[in-house]
Design a binder for this molecule. Structure first.
Ligand SMILES: [Zn+2]
Length: 476
């Protein structure tokens, strides 16, 4: 325990450098070596409180906040709509420019950069034991039309700053650290959310779907990918699949996109579970007709069937018995869509989520039964009831939660455990790696609109917690 007597005024850089330079030796060292215990205390494995002098030194982790804000603003300028809104859709020119910007920044930060066949970007900092599975962090930078500049971007540029913080401090990771920028977290262009991470997690269903997927302009996914410089011939998208165990851990820094942290004045949210979405497409077909001529007893109104199903979705969700169950009918279209015409066709898209997969699946089944009954009662045809996706929720890994908690404690930042009700690439990374997420407050919980904002102080706090969490996991 010699190290514990070191002066608290020692520069952090020296401390981390010293700690990490012995880390390579540690693995082979004797159990009784006192430096091992010290290292355990630094890394938090097994869990113990970090000594107070570590916490004192850590509070000086130097984040270059001004530069980080400048980068966030610069990246926001790659947009198809004017500031303050951001619109950056997959494989468009602006997306390609943003990718170039980030790859260039990774290079300048000394990371080795590579991309896979769909454009997931990886920036790697080799650890002292590069053959061990790396610890990864990252997020997305695509933006739905007229959204804001922080969603996803904080977890990309913030990750870059976290790596720079560790580098500046003189820290050397044992496991390599890797930043991942995921392709198309948003479903804007091809209707597929978390496309990059879903594929990395080995989704064979997605692999097949991508062969025939087209956007609203009828451009195929593969052509769009080629336009952006990816999916070159011969196309082998299985090369995107990650092997289980490829990463020792994955941590995503993200704005909360909800109001809880700001309302409660808490700096850091430690995500313990991510609610999983399921989406359903429904089509009813009735017989239509003149709004004046066809009397009520003779109608088969497809629009009313849709309206009744929308209310049934609400009823089933409310009856689940948990506040965590939610359901939304976000799309409801009537055909032909004229005031004096009885709808002959209707189309609904239903989103339902929960942190409990079974409970959500029960709700989905009830929605299905209601659709069948409504069609029968109203004499319309249930032309389609298609489950588009039905993803299982994800739990954060205990060891990653502990690392995030002890990092927050070391940094003396208020924190709370919470659930992510929005989904993220982490949902899919959890299938191939122990996963965790760090949330920071955002103004009124606003997201996906130009008013989306996180203060640079909150972002800086998030970067510090991320840096320290990565450091701890990299030494594990
Ligand atoms: Zn996001």
């Amino acid at each position: 325990m010699r190290l514990l007597r070191l002066s608290p005024s020692l520069p952090l850089g020296f401390l981390l450098l010293f700690l990490s330079s012995v880390s390579a030796v540690l693995a082979r060292a004797e159990e009784e070596d006192p430096t091992i215990r010290t290292m355990e205390e630094f890394s938090g494995y097994p869990l113990r409180e970090s000594p107070s002098w570590v916490a004192d030194s850590l509070s000086s982790l130097s984040v270059e906040s001004e530069n980080l804000q400048k980068q966030i603003d610069e990246l926001a300028s790659f947009s198809d709509t004017p500031a303050p809104s951001v619109t950056r859709v997959l494989y468009t020119d602006k997306d390609v420019m943003a990718r170039r910007y980030v790859k260039n920044s990774m290079g300048l930060a000394g990371l080795s950069v590579r991309e896979d066949a769909v454009g997931n970007i990886f920036g790697r900092w080799d650890g002292l034991e590069p053959e061990l599975p790396a610890v990864a962090t990252g997020s997305h930078m695509d933006a739905i039309p007229y959204s804001g500049k922080y969603d996803g971007v904080v977890g990309v540029l913030g990750a870059m700053e976290a790596i720079k913080v560790l580098r500046r401090s003189g820290f050397k990771p044992k496991r390599s650290l890797e930043i991942i920028v995921f392709t198309s977290e948003e479903p804007t262009r091809f209707g597929i959310s978390c496309l990059g991470s879903r594929l990395m997690a080995g989704s064979k269903a997605l692999l097949k779907e991508l062969e025939t997927t087209v956007d609203s302009q009828n451009t195929s996914f593969l052509d769009a990918a080629k336009y952006a410089g990816y999916a070159q011939d011969p196309v082998d998208l299985t090369s995107v699949f990650l092997k289980k165990g490829a990463y020792a851990g994955f941590v995503e820094l993200h704005i909360e996109q909800g109001p809880i942290l700001e309302e409660e004045g808490v700096s850091i949210g430690i995500v313990t579970a991510i609610a999983a979405p399921a989406s359903i497409k429904v089509d009813f077909e009735g017989s239509g007709g003149h709004a004046g001529a066809v009397l009520m007893p003779y109608r088969n109104d497809a629009g009313l069937a849709a309206a009744e199903l929308a209310l049934a979705v609400e009823k089933h969700v409310l009856q689940s018995g948990s506040i965590d169950t939610v359901g939304t009918v976000g799309i409801l279209q009537l055909h032909p869509g004229a005031i004096n015409s009885i709808p002959s066709k209707s189309h609904l898209e239903i989103d339902t989520r929960d942190i409990d997969e079974e409970r959500r699946n029960v709700v989905m089944e009830k929605i299905h039964q209601s659709a069948i009954r409504i069609a029968r009662d109203r004499g319309v045809k249930l032309a389609e009831f298609k489950i588009v996706n039905q993803d299982p929720p994800a739990l954060s890994d205990e060891s990653v939660i502990r690392a995030m908690e002890s990092a927050s404690k070391d940094l003396k930042l208020s924190h709370k455990l919470m659930i992510s009700r929005a989904y993220h690439d982490s949902l899919f990374m959890a299938r191939v790696s122990p996963m965790g997420m760090i949330f920071i407050p955002c103004y009124k919980g606003y997201s996906h609109k130009p008013e989306e904002h996180s203060s640079i102080q909150d972002i800086t706090n998030g970067v510090k917690v991320l840096a320290l969490t990565l450091a701890k996991l990299s030494l594990k």
